[in-house]
Write a protein of this length. Structure first.
Length: 763
């Protein structure tokens, strides 16, 4: 084309070159494009018939330019000064002038070409960038712009546990804790055991135990250790948790002083590896239905531990397959043929040299989806005899006359008091899960900052973290990880400061946050994997281990769905108690308060308010969360009452309303999380950190409102114009939070050897 006779005769034909190149650069000319170009050429009265034929011939799909010719066209176009030219017709005019300065391009020609470009769906200005370099846009210029001191933010997150966190991080950063590949299960299990032994030597295992057991009597510190270790290998964390948390804490919380003196020191040093044997094949979450028996013989002062049928075997018990020497076994206490409910007993499994005790049979669960450094096993007991003193007797015992006795008269209350002391596991697990989420987000966000993909015509490729959809994938989880950090800190403190009358509320809160946090981790790590593309699928980048190892978090320490039902029932109990104590005056006040809410928050102005200041307001957020929580709780209570009033059994009524109850629990937990995040923001004194946290809190709140927008629309609490405005505000917050994203993940201060992913290494 460039060397054709027609161009030599009439250089004015060069005006078509940019348009022809743009159409041909994808190597395909569609029938519509050919038709529009034919119309354009026909309208040009200044063209001779041979010139029109020549131009039309260049539109023949069978005679398109070859790659070499196409490159020569582009080279010719780029040979002119393009910086101040906008649109294909003006670039074409400049080409004409390059050939002959005296040629005049009429405005009608420009107008015809621009109309053709519009008909072809070409944005003339955008198409022009094909031939330019250094094209900058808002997206390309959007970069990291940290607005706070990272070290200060780490201090906010670590709080009064900063020194202990540093100590744990120093240990797991040691070369002896370096990750390695394992050829077989025994090798992996022995490495994890060795790591646990190293941690025990540092005193971390006994941290929560009394001083005489070489401990610090510091339960808060124990949770901190678990959370910090979770930046490392999660098999190590679970092995550590089984040994010192489940096995150790069951002896500590369910046993009396004689058990503490006998066992805790050896448990804390890992001289006595043990298990927590509660779950049975036939009764996972239903602890009261356990079938293993502990039959008392008063003449011998012994208990006989027995598995009466295969469904009563203890299943999935950590430390059982290889290392466990003793176990806290939950079994029904039988005295003179009478069942006194589930109690706890210390039962031997193996001798120190690893030989199984007579009457104990253990099967290895084998390889799992993850956590393969933990030796899970199935345990059968065939009339294993233990001494009377090995019943953990803080809440129930057999006295000197062979009779059952307990300081708690109610069987029901005693059972739940016993289980309530073990709620610590439901605090450790979500904190561990959150650490895994933080690691995954750190890897994915660092990768997204480095990884460049696509970009504007004539410009450089853009970091994928600049793309709005990528921000949508990673910024809300980042905000939620911060929200959960403060919520779990609050839960931990509530547990440590608990009073007896608060026990059930705290147990429900722990159950709900365990479920909410571990579901969040599962979803977040999947998003991180996908956000890293094929790189996220490579084992070297760690997300596979994080995903596989945390997957079971949603079902151990209580199946999440079951736990959320427990939360809902607790909320309904509180609701029932509140109404049960109401007289006419308090009922009037309650109805008046509800009416005020409707008047203030559901008036036509508020439900349609799209003002940015209103949408970002903490008060609006909390009011909306509280309204949802109360409304769902009230409607669930009314629904259950209606079913029961109509003659339905309460068990069936609850079953019918299970989905509704799940929403009761979800709304309650979301309100608690937001409330604690807002308090943390208000209590932060460093202005830079406060501002960044406030933005994250706003994102968490609005993203959650957006997720629940259907419910708010159904309730008339918002109108469509407002939910649309919330969606727009979420998008904008993601755009703004992106600037701080790297700094916000760096503030987690995860040791680099624990991140260990090549795609996330710091430059």
């Amino acid at each position: 084309m460039l060397h054709s006779e027609e161009l030599q005769k009439n250089p004015k034909l060069y005006i078509f070159l940019p348009l022809y190149y743009t159409l041909w650069m994808d190597s395909v000319l569609t029938p519509t494009e050919i038709s529009e170009m034919q119309k354009l050429i026909d309208r040009q009265l200044w063209l001779s018939k041979p010139e029109k034929m020549w131009l039309l011939d260049k539109l023949d799909p069978s005679k398109g330019p070859d790659p070499k010719e196409l490159k020569s066209w582009k080279k010719k176009i780029k040979s002119i000064e393009l910086n101040h030219l906008h649109g294909l017709s003006h670039i074409g005019a400049a080409l004409v002038k390059q050939q002959d300065e005296d040629i005049i391009i009429e405005e009608s020609i420009h107008r015809d070409l621009q109309e053709a470009e519009e008909a072809l769906g070409l944005l003339s200005r955008e198409a022009g960038y094909t031939f330019k370099s250094g094209h900058q846009t808002i997206t390309t210029e959007h970069n990291e712009d940290r607005s706070f001191n990272t070290q200060k933010m780490t201090e906010v997150l670590d709080g009064d546990q900063a020194n202990l966190i540093k100590k744990v991080k120093a240990v797991i950063s040691d070369p002896t804790f370096a990750y390695r590949e394992f050829d077989n299960l025994p090798d992996q299990r022995e490495q994890v055991l060795q790591w646990c032994q190293d941690l025990a030597k540092q005193g971390f295992g006994a941290w929560a135990f009394p001083e005489y057991a070489k401990g610090k009597n510091d339960m808060k510190g124990y949770f901190t250790i678990m959370e910090t270790l979770s930046y490392h290998d999660l098999s190590l964390v679970i092995k550590f948790g089984v040994q010192f948390g489940l096995w150790g804490m069951s002896v500590y919380f369910l046993g009396s002083e004689k058990h503490h003196q006998k066992y805790l020191k050896d448990i804390g040093s890992l001289k006595l590896p043990g298990c927590f044997a509660m779950t049975e094949t036939g009764h996972g979450s239903n602890v009261r239905g356990l079938e293993t028996t502990a039959t008392y013989d008063h003449t011998q002062k012994t208990f006989t531990i027995h598995t009466p049928n295969p469904d009563a075997r203890k299943e999935y018990i950590g430390n059982a397959a290889v290392h466990g020497q003793k176990a806290t076994v939950f079994a029904k206490l039988i005295i003179d043929g009478e069942d006194y409910g589930v109690n706890a007993f210390v039962v031997p499994l193996r001798s120190e040299d690893g030989k199984l005790v007579e009457g104990v049979r253990i099967e290895d669960c084998g390889r799992k989806m993850g956590l393969n450094g933990v030796d899970n096993g199935v345990i059968y007991f065939d009339n294993v005899i233990i001494p009377k003193e090995d019943m953990l007797d803080k809440f129930a015992a057999v006295n000197g006359q062979g009779e059952f006795e307990s300081p708690i008269n109610s069987d029901n209350r005693r059972f739940f008091t016993m289980l309530g002391t073990l709620v610590g596991g439901r605090i450790g697990i979500p904190r561990s899960a959150l650490s895994a989420s933080k690691t995954g987000l750190t890897i994915a966000i660092r990768h997204a900052e480095k990884r460049k993909q696509f970009g504007p015509e004539g410009g450089e490729e853009v970091p994928i973290l600049n793309y709005r959809l990528h921000q949508r994938r990673l910024m809300p989880p980042l905000a939620t990880s911060y929200a959960l950090h403060f919520a779990l800190r609050y839960l931990t403190q509530r547990f440590l400061d608990r009073k007896e009358e608060e026990a059930q509320e705290i147990e429900a809160l722990a159950a709900g946050l365990k479920a909410y946090s571990t579901w969040f981790t599962t979803a977040t790590l999947q998003e991180c994997r996908e956000a890293c593309g094929g790189k996220g699928y490579l084992s070297e980048n760690r997300i596979d281990d994080l995903k596989n190892d945390t997957d079971v978090y949603t079902t151990f320490e209580g199946d999440n769905v079951v736990l959320m039902q427990l939360v809902a029932k607790n909320r309904l109990t509180e609701f029932k108690q509140e109404f049960g104590n109401m007289n006419m005056f308090t009922i009037f006040n309650f109805i008046t308060a509800q009416a005020k809410t409707s008047i203030v928050e559901k008036n036509p102005i508020t439900v349609r308010n799209t003002d940015s200041a209103h949408l970002l307001d903490f008060g609006f957020h909390l009011n909306a969360f509280v309204y949802r929580e109360k409304a769902i709780l009230s409607s669930a209570a009314q629904r259950l009452k209606k079913h029961i009033d109509e003659g339905m059994d309460s068990f069936d009524a609850t079953n019918v309303a299970q989905h509704h109850l799940q929403n009761v629990a979800q709304a309650y937990i979301e309100r608690v999380v937001l409330e604690q995040f807002q308090k943390a923001v208000e209590e932060t004194t460093d202005e830079g950190c406060k501002s960044a946290l406030k933005q994250l809190c706003q994102l968490y709140a609005l993203f959650t409102l957006e997720k629940n927008r259907g419910w708010y629309l159904e309730q008339g609490y918002m109108e469509g114009v407002k939910t649309k405005a919330i969606r727009k505000e979420v998008n904008q917050l993601c755009w703004e939070v992106r600037k701080n994203a790297m700094a916000l993940t760096n503030a987690f201060d995860i040791p680099e050897n624990c991140i260990a992913a090549p795609i996330a290494m710091k430059d």
